[in-house]
Design a protein around this ligand. Structure first.
Ligand SMILES: [Zn+2]
Ligand SMILES: [Zn+2]
Ligand SMILES: [Zn+2]
Ligand SMILES: [Zn+2]
Ligand SMILES: [Zn+2]
Length: 249
């Protein structure tokens, strides 16, 4: 964790406080959604947020999955439509970019994704650069925008999910609930943000299913939950409560 109160060059007029917000926010740095600890402007009504990773991004970095030397930028210096090589989402703010002719781009948060995630029952998820098998969400090894994005693979079962696909699951649901047909944020629905809970957004299979199918589903759901907590920073306590709920229902 960084300092509790900082001034950040991207928002020089006010101080930011490290907080665990009560509702999801959009990071004003990388423009991505967040649920976990973040820096929030202390000025009332300002509504400026930064992911902790975005606020504390080092000027340069590297990642074991990439041979590139990566420099931090407030906006991507090269290219127009940029996509993150880890999560496949577009890049429209804070980014690490290399200096190659066809540069690689990464969100600051994506470079900080844990290499290993653990949950109860001996479940372990490993971050991988290449998919060892098809993604259980999209059935492919490439993301929908054809980026060879990263994934998490579970052991012992070998369930594999693109980071891109898990992100998309959450964002799709969020847009459906909070955007009007014109694509504007629905004001009347804005309050709904407070009750937006990513873990509840994964529908359970309808109808009666066999106990084996239910068991597989629960395992897959747990895998997704753990990935969501890594991607969006949801407190892991909430995740474990949900997992217990699934196991007991
Ligand atoms: Zn951010
Ligand atoms: Zn402010
Ligand atoms: Zn590169
Ligand atoms: Zn990313
Ligand atoms: Zn996928």
């Amino acid at each position: 964790m960084g300092l509790a109160r900082i001034k950040h060059p991207s928002h020089g007029q006010h101080y930011l406080l490290l907080k665990l917000p009560h509702e999801p926010y959009w990071c004003n740095g990388c423009m991505g959604l967040g649920f976990g600890p973040c820096y929030e402007c202390e000025h009332e009504g300002c509504g400026f947020y930064l992911h902790e990773e975005c606020a504390n991004a080092a000027p340069s970095t590297s990642h074991p999955f990439s041979k590139c030397s990566l420099k931090f930028h407030y906006n991507a210096p090269q290219g127009d439509a940029r996509y993150c090589d880890a999560c496949g989402e577009d890049v429209s703010g804070f980014v690490y970019q290399c200096s190659h002719k066809h540069p690689h781009d990464y969100h600051p948060r994506c470079l900080k994704l844990p290499r290993t995630l653990t949950a109860g029952d001996g479940l372990i998820l490993q971050l991988k650069k290449k998919l060892p098998s098809q993604c259980l969400r999209c059935g492919s090894r490439k993301t929908s925008n054809r980026i060879q994005g990263w994934c998490y693979v579970s052991s012992p079962d070998g369930y594999c999910y693109h980071i891109a696909c898990v992100k998309e699951m959450i964002l799709e649901k969020w847009r459906k609930d909070h955007l009007t047909q014109d694509g504007d944020v629905n004001e009347a629905n804005n309050l709904g943000l407070q009750t937006f809970n990513p873990s509840r957004q994964i529908a359970l299979p309808g109808g009666r299913s066999s106990s084996k199918a239910t068991r597989i589903w629960r395992k897959a759901a747990t895998v997704i939950m753990v990935i969501i907590s890594a991607l969006f920073g949801e407190p892991s306590a909430l995740i474990s409560v949900l997992v217990q709920y699934w196991l007991s229902s």
